[in-house]
Ligand binder design. Structure first.
Ligand code: BTN
Length: 263
């Protein structure tokens, strides 16, 4: 393929070879049955959702990626990994945390292979992947009662970010790792398959090990107004536990988000 802009031009494996490599990565998978690679799409979420259970969709270029809480996900054309999978709703409430863990492991593996040692990829409740405090990726889970579509976006070859992302985002390239998006996806899919099938206790332990927020003082926007306090931990099913003046409360990730860091 001839990519007309973006870092995709420098990738070692061309688009035509992606489906076969992804199929190989999904051999023996419990959850993934069908691979679709598209040159361009507004959102891989819609492609995977249309494929139904077992679908895996990856885009060379995603033009209108969605983030959590109605935000946009800026893929900056071909610099980022955009991949979505569709699983039955029974996979459950831990799907988003499981996907975050799988993505963290895939990123660490890719960085170690490219330029060791890898920094730890931390998880910032509920769905952000951080390297040294900056966002390198995010997870979006969309459900309709029957199906869950899990989308994973990872910043790969961006050399700079602009606007509000300038001091908040990072990429693998900014950490010295020149890694093809396909390589991350090939590492990610088997991890995702495994973590979607992992028991809750193990998922909770792994999240705690990577938790970026415990002990920090934050303000949250919630359904009942602004809540401030010290993060005491995350219950991976119920939400984040915050110690406020009125005691410890648990905030639901579907209706709450961080608005300020106080310490
Ligand atoms: C967030 O941080 O708010 C979540 C970002 C999720 C982005 C990914 S990219 C692949 C998939 N397609 C989308 O439109 N969004 C997700």
């Amino acid at each position: 393929m001839s990519a007309d802009s973006g870092a995709g031009e420098t990738e070692r494996v061309p688009l035509e070879a992606w489906p076969e490599e992804l199929r190989r990565a999904c051999q023996g998978s419990r959850h993934f049955r069908e691979i679709r690679v598209v040159r361009e799409t507004p959102s891989t979420q819609d492609v995977a959702r249309a494929m139904g259970v077992g679908g895996v969709a990856m885009a060379w270029r995603q033009t209108a990626g969605r983030g959590r809480l109605g935000r946009a996900w800026q893929d900056t054309l071909e610099d980022g990994l955009a991949i979505s999978v569709c699983v039955p709703a029974e996979v459950g409430a831990l799907a988003s945390v499981a996907a975050g863990i799988a993505a963290a492991i895939a990123i660490e593996g890719a960085i170690v292979a490219a330029c060791p040692p890898a920094p730890t990829v931390a998880l910032k409740w509920p769905n952000d992947l951080l390297i040294q405090g900056r966002k390198v990726g995010g997870i979006l889970v969309e459900g309709d009662g029957k199906l869950l579509t899990i989308g994973i976006g990872i910043n790969c070859s961006q050399r700079q970010f602009t606007g509000e992302l300038t001091n908040r985002a990072t990429s693998l390239a900014l950490h010295g790792a020149s890694v093809d998006r396909l390589e991350i996806a090939v590492r990610l899919l088997p991890e995702l398959d495994r973590w979607l099938h992992t028991e809750a206790r193990t998922i909770a332990d792994e999240f705690s090990r990577r938790d970026a927020l415990v002990g920090t003082e934050l303000s949250f926007s919630t359904a009942s107004g602004i809540v401030s306090g010290i993060v005491r931990g995350v219950d991976v099913v119920e939400g984040i536990r915050v110690e406020t003046h009125d005691g410890v409360i648990t905030l639901d990730p579907r209706t709450s988000c961080i608005v300020a860091k106080l310490s």
